[in-house]
Design a protein. Structure first.
Length: 123
């Protein structure tokens, strides 16, 4: 039994000693360093790809957001109108012409500037 274990241990030792590491440890370490360089380059490339994808997604979201920004809407020829309440000067955003009547004051905001006007009629 002991002889079998000793024989098995000797066989294992011969196998380990004949392995690449013990035959030429510098070559083994050199290969591992090359593997590490290769994996480092792959990881860097993957990180660059992720960064590019995130940057492109961000640019797309920003451009979509710009399309609906109030200033961009005004620059396309739209305006924003508020009804001005005489007693306190409080402004209420107008969404419907039914919210104003003749002689009401309204403030209109355009792309460049704005004005205050009196309503003469609604339709």
């Amino acid at each position: 039994m002991i002889n079998q274990k000793l024989s098995a241990a000797q066989s294992d030792l011969k196998h380990i000693v004949s392995s690449g590491f013990f035959k030429n440890p510098f070559e083994y370490l050199n290969r591992r360093a090359q593997d590490l360089d290769y994996l480092t380059e792959k990881l860097s490339a993957a990180a660059r790809n992720i960064e590019t994808a995130v940057e492109n997604r961000f640019k797309m979201v920003v451009s979509r957001l710009h399309l609906v920004s109030p200033l961009a809407v005004l620059s396309r020829g739209y305006s924003v109108c508020w009804k001005i309440h005489p007693p306190d000067g409080k402004k209420i955003l107008l969404k419907n012409s039914k919210d104003v009547k003749s002689d009401d004051e309204v403030e209109v905001r355009l792309n460049e500037g704005g004005f205050i006007s009196k309503v003469s009629r609604t339709y």
